[in-house]
Design a protein around this ligand. Structure first.
Ligand code: NAD
Length: 278
């Protein structure tokens, strides 16, 4: 049973670090005032976890939003990712430093390999291990790694990734990968939890929203947490940022959780980690 308390609660990673299970995604939040506001509003609502990436080109605004919020840096779990063109040992270290510089901080809480770039991700992982051993980042992990990528990585890694951030929503439940990560003690994290805005037409979700007197977004995000999956919905609108966080005053029944699990269609809204070409 996953222990879910309030917005500041978290799951404990395999190195003992507590990662807030609920955060703000900022993909496509525009650099400048839009992302600054989103981050500030989220922190005002009690969010304590922000998910950005070098490729989102909004790290400067994320850093500014944190500073303007007045919430101490050490209370915010800040995540960024090394982009594909920066993979490799030296280039990943440089990319990490450039991210810190743009964010205006001297450490990250979690640094991820954004995609499993063939022939490169093992070297990139070595760089992340160095950064971790030098205590420049509190946890390291991967994103978009399928079981075979993880197996290949674990074959040579000295540190088991703490997190795998994957596309995850009611049409892409990835039961086997979820089980594999659990077995290896790699925390599963959902990207595009709201199917990039496509979740609102799903009939069962409409039914459950009515039953629990919550919104469709709230039903899906609560399902993530009760499944032990960290979730980072994106919005740059103040009312939606607040709405998405209001999921700590109800619980889905086990039966409704398994009904949601059964919506799985193996359907992706984003690229497939086995065929992406960027
Ligand atoms: P999402 O599933 O969070 O959906 C975002 C969309 O839903 C936006 O259009 C937003 O306006 C809308 N929305 C949000 N809350 C709503 C609400 N309450 N009511 C109605 N509409 C609402 O999609 P996402 O941004 O792709 O994923 C979330 C985060 O995951 C990203 O911002 C990013 O941080 C991360 N991500 C990571 C990867 C990766 O490769 N690692 C890929 C994609 C996204």
């Amino acid at each position: 049973m996953n222990h879910i308390t309030d917005i500041k609660g978290g799951f404990t990673l395999n190195n003992g670090v507590k990662m807030p299970y609920f955060g703000l995604g900022v993909y496509l939040s525009k650099e400048g005032q839009e992302v600054i506001n989103a981050v500030k509003w989220a922190l005002e609502e009690g969010y304590r976890h922000i998910d950005t990436a070098a490729i989102y080109e909004n790290e400067a605004g994320v850093g500014e939003g944190i500073r303007e919020s007045g919430v101490p840096r050490e209370e915010v779990f800040l995540v960024s990712k090394v982009w594909n063109s920066d993979q490799g040992y030296d280039s990943a270290i440089k990319a990490f430093e450039a991210s810190l510089e743009r964010l205006g901080t001297d450490y990250l809480d979690l640094y991820l390999i954004h995609w499993p770039v063939k022939g490169k991700y093992r070297e990139t992982w070595r760089a992340l291990e160095t950064l971790y051993n030098e205590k420049r980042v509190k946890a390291i992990g991967v994103s978009n790694f399928l079981s075979h990528h993880l197996e290949d990585l674990l074959d040579q890694a000295s540190i088991v990734p703490m997190v795998n951030q994957m596309e995850f929503h009611p049409y892409l439940v990835q039961k086997d990968l979820l089980g594999f990560c659990k077995e290896k003690d790699i925390q599963y994290e959902a990207w595009s939890p709201l199917m990039q805005g496509n979740v609102f037409e799903v009939e069962l979700l409409k039914e459950l929203a009515k039953k629990y007197q919550k919104s469709i977004a709230q039903i899906v995000l609560r399902w993530d947490l009760q499944k032990g999956v960290i979730t980072i919905p994106k919005s740059s609108k103040r009312n939606r940022i607040a709405e998405n966080a209001s999921i700590f005053d109800f619980s889905l029944s086990e039966d409704d959780i398994s009904r949601l699990d059964k919506l799985d269609r193996h359907q992706r809204f984003g690229p497939d980690p086995d065929t992406f070409d960027f």
